[in-house]
Design a binder for this molecule. Sequence first.
Ligand code: HEM
Ligand code: HEM
Length: 182
Amino acid sequence: MQKSMICVLVISLISFGIFAGMASAHDPSEEADSAHTHQLPPPWPYHVIMVLAGAISLAGGAFTARYLKKRTRWIELHKKLALSGVVLVLAGIFVAAYMVSAYMETPFVREMHAYLGASVFIFIIVTPMLGIFQFRSKDMRIHTIHRWSGRITIMLILLTIIAGIQMVLTVLAYDVMSMPIK
Ligand code: HEM
Ligand code: HEM
């Protein structure tokens, strides 16, 4: 248990480092065109509502698997909440991809929130596949891998939400500062 906790901590720190590195590794001369000086794309509230609804559903699913295991049919509840969460978060990510390509002259914004969001996209596909596959495989390690990839998914979602809020606040603050004083 302790060994796997150290393992997940190391994986999380490495991924965080990679994303931070990727997010900051661009030419500062591009800063003028960078996402922080732009206006928020108009459909952004739809993106936020969808991903937040999905995040709540996924958190409920993880809670069920951790604390409600004594109940009969907990797996059904876990599966329903997790899969609804996956559908909502995926829909929210598609809205993000659409709004960015439609309003921001690029298919992908190079900032921390988007890199974290992309990592959520990967985990949210792999985790339910592992969840379903664990019943079809005799290898008990799949259970453990699913548990940890589920926990990492939830953690990445939290980080993505924090980065999203921070990004929106930065853009709003920039808008306020660039308002003409009458
Ligand atoms: C699980 C939660 C979330 C995920 C997975 C997610 C994912 C993403 C992704 C992948 C993009 C970039 C799309 C692209 O570049 O093609 C994006 C953009 C965006 N997200 Fe999120 N997001 C989440 C939560 C939030 C939250 C909580 C906010 C605000 C409070 C937010 C606000 C935005 C905005 C405004 C953009 C447009 C990019 C920009 O203005 O620079 N997101 N999101
Ligand atoms: C993105 C979707 C999913 C997430 C985020 C997720 C998350 C989790 C988490 C965090 C745990 C461990 C709880 C703990 O002990 O802390 C768990 C356990 C479990 N999940 Fe999922 N899950 C997802 C999808 C699924 C699906 C589709 C199934 C298939 C029925 C499933 C079946 C299970 C089972 C059987 C366990 C118990 C494993 C064990 O303790 O050996 N999960 N899940």
